[in-house]
Design a protein around this ligand. Structure first.
Ligand SMILES: *[C@@H]1O[C@H](CO)[C@@H](O)[C@H](O)[C@H]1NC(C)=O
Ligand SMILES: *[C@@H]1O[C@H](CO)[C@@H](O)[C@H](O)[C@H]1NC(C)=O
Length: 290
């Protein structure tokens, strides 16, 4: 019965990707009092929106849908944490006792290498009928890369572009469901009420040139660090000239919005969370002031 339900769902999905894990906002959708196990609200992309709309997914009210009290995404200092990247909560272990999960973001089974066919290869589609291009990619090698940023403001309304610092990068993602992100060893502990974290992605082509910013309540574990994060600067496109890359702490990237953009790329290029914009893979250890 579950199978029939989700076969029907997948056929109509115009889905993308979110990070499903403890501490996320909009985990059960955006209707108060309803914990929807079959929600894809948090995966909706952000495109051509005013700052007040795209910032923290306010356009769909996700800033108002926090996780339960006391629930955090835990960031183990100097280690890595696992998240599940999927096009719907149904295809993660957060729903249906994990009965619908596979190695992939859509609960389907397929073998590696998963590549588009042709030359240049086609965009990857979840379904044979061409629907479900949620990865916006042609192969593992061409996915745009994803990122996490942290703000030490516990109050989501006090988070802004200059206190939100990118601290982890995963180049070859989103691709598989289970994805691990490295945490800088020197990340200091959060206030008791927690920190704010954002999952971030700018896909590299294959569909609408949009972006993703997803809210979380997080905390750093296993840290006694007293180091402080510097004030982040906007990343700069530097694929052809590494000397142009922004050094040190970097802001999240806002791109292709109606207002609030902070990065640019040459015509036909996308500012992705990888070397192109000056981000090295893994923990960002250059974000501290001292
Ligand atoms: C919930 O999300 C839907 C779809 O994006 C949106 O139309 C609606 O306004 C949102 N509700 C709130 C309370 O923001
Ligand atoms: C962002 O918030 C910090 C406090 O965390 C504040 O000092 C700073 O002025 C704010 N920046 C902007 C641009 O509002």
């Amino acid at each position: 019965m579950l199978f029939i339900l989700f076969a029907g769902f997948a056929a109509t999905a115009s889905a993308h990707i979110a990070s499903w894990n403890k501490g996320m906002y909009c985990k059960g959708g955006n209707e108060t009092g309803i914990d929807n196990q079959n929600t894809n609200l948090a995966v909706d992309p952000l495109y051509d929106l005013e700052y007040e709309q795209w910032w923290q997914q306010r356009v769909r009210g996700c800033h108002l849908m926090p996780p339960p009290d006391g629930e955090f995404l835990e960031l183990p200092a100097g280690k890595a944490f696992k998240t599940e990247l999927a096009n719907n909560r149904a295809f993660t272990t957060l729903s249906y006792d994990g009965e619908l999960v596979s190695q992939w973001q859509d609960g389907k089974e397929r073998n590696m290498p998963w590549r588009g066919v042709g030359n240049p290869p086609d965009c990857l589609m979840s379904n044979p009928d061409g629907a479900g291009g949620e990865l916006h990619a042609r192969s593992l090698e061409t996915v745009g890369g994803t990122a996490w940023a942290i703000s030490y403001e516990s109050d989501i309304d006090l988070v802004n572009m200059t206190n939100l610092v990118v601290f982890s990068i995963h180049y070859f993602s989103p691709f598989f469901r289970e994805t691990w992100y490295d945490v800088p060893a020197d990340l200091p502990p959060c206030p008791e009420e927690g920190c704010y974290c954002a999952w971030l992605w700018i896909p590299d082509g294959c569909g609408q040139p949009n972006m993703y910013m997803q809210n979380h309540r997080c905390k750093v574990t296993g840290s006694t660090s007293t180091r402080r994060l510097g004030t982040p600067k906007p990343p700069v496109y530097c694929e052809d000239d590494l000397s142009k890359c922004t050094k040190g702490p970097k802001q999240m990237m806002a791109w292709n919005q109606a207002s609030g953009n902070n990065v640019a790329a040459p015509n036909g290029k996308t500012p992705t969370y990888n070397q192109r914009m000056g981000f090295l893979p893994g923990a960002q250890n250059d974000i501290f002031v001292d």
